[in-house]
Design a protein around this ligand. Structure first.
Ligand code: BMA
Length: 358
């Protein structure tokens, strides 16, 4: 009797193990890691830095800490146009290569997507053309976006190691929807059109076989003072695994940043609790960070340490205009030692820390 019981248990167990999708394994892992600390991420970490571009096996984080970020972010913008490089000139072949490397070192990848405006042909930052209305009425946006979703689905489906193991990623489409700058933003469509479009994106990619996506949804810092406000564009529990927020310091006002961060992370934490989702600071950074010698340990960390976030992703270090857009130091910048001190905190997790957490 006992043997039959154990055999049955074993087959149920192995069946569920066999059925676990790459996405559900990553989600499980994210929950485990969430208990150990906060992962630190960087957009385009290994592509370019404040003083260099396109070298292999480099990274501003790596040069300061000897370790890679736990999370690496890459953007799919311009994949929709069959361009060989993304909107920041990063070759898609290189993105794939770095995703595999990051997976092999035990790290995690998040993908964003800033596709051009399908109605006007201008960039993602063109809010004109009522794109989603056009989509749902079967206009030119419908033809284009359906085909664009297909291209993104093929790319995500194709993420595999050399042994053919499918690599899970966090995908964060249609972010900062509560701002007015993107064609999916607040001045360009109704809330319902937005939600329907997020759901449609989710269902399209799922049907296309992308069983390797953990879904992230993230508004921008707004004036959201309540969970209801923060979740005003939330597509629903079935479609989202991670709720993030994007918050920057553009004006060199550390106190205002801390206040914004605190107010929003309070609401985010409550929203995550109510929905049972993971919370993240999905984009952040301080303009002019190079010269700020205590920002990581004295502005960011005193706030972050109060919250159980899965990760914080610093946006990219643009080698073309680092003073305007580089959110982590290069190795010779005055802020590099402070970033190293931030790295040394036991609660901040980088690639080597999470490698051990399977
Ligand atoms: C924005 C800026 C742009 C960039 C885009 C996609 O926030 O960094 O310069 O093209 O993200 O990475």
């Amino acid at each position: 009797m006992r043997n039959i019981f154990f055999a049955a248990m074993l087959s149920v167990f192995s069946l569920s193990a066999m059925m676990a999708s790459p996405a559900s394994s990553l989600l499980k892992r994210l929950k485990k890691i969430n208990k150990a600390g906060i992962m630190v991420g960087h957009q385009d970490a290994t592509m370019y830095g404040t003083t260099w571009a396109w070298d292999k096996d480099r990274g501003d984080v790596y040069e300061i800490t000897g370790d890679q970020p736990a999370i690496m972010g890459f953007d799919l913008g311009h994949m929709e146009n069959d361009s060989p490089v993304n909107l920041d000139s990063v070759p898609f072949t290189r993105i794939k290569e770095e995703i595999v490397k990051q997976y092999n070192r035990g790290g995690i990848v998040t993908l964003s997507w800033h596709p051009d405006n399908p109605v006007t042909g201008k960039s993602a930052w063109d809010p004109s053309g009522k794109v989603l209305k056009n989509y749902f009425e079967g206009g030119v946006a419908k033809q284009k976006l359906d085909s664009w979703l297909g291209k993104v689905a093929s790319f995500i489906n194709s993420l595999k190691t050399t042994k053919g193991v499918k690599i899970p990623v966090i995908f964060r489409p249609w972010h900062e929807m509560n701002g007015g700058w993107f064609w999916w933003g607040k001045n360009s469509r109704t809330v319902d059109e937005y939600k329907q479009f997020y759901v449609l994106t989710h269902d399209y990619l799922t049907k296309a076989g992308c069983n390797n996506i953990v879904w992230a949804w993230s508004p921008n810092l707004g004036n959201e003072k309540s969970v209801g406000e923060l979740l005003s564009h939330y597509p629903g529990d079935k479609y989202v695994d991670i709720i993030g927020v994007d918050i920057y310091e553009f004006d060199n006002d550390d106190k205002a940043y801390q206040k914004n961060l605190t107010t929003t992370l309070n609401v985010l934490t409550e929203a995550a609790k109510q929905t049972g989702k993971i919370a993240a600071l999905s984009e952040t950074g301080c303009r002019g960070i190079q010269q700020k010698t205590k920002w990581f340990t004295e502005t960011l960390w005193p706030v972050l340490k109060n919250y159980q976030l899965s990760y914080v992703l610093f946006w990219r270090n643009d080698y073309k205009k680092p003073e305007m857009e580089a959110y982590l130091p290069g190795k010779n910048d005055p802020s590099a030692p402070d970033f190293k001190a931030f790295y040394d905190l036991k609660e901040t997790l980088f690639a080597k820390d999470i490698k051990r957490i399977k």
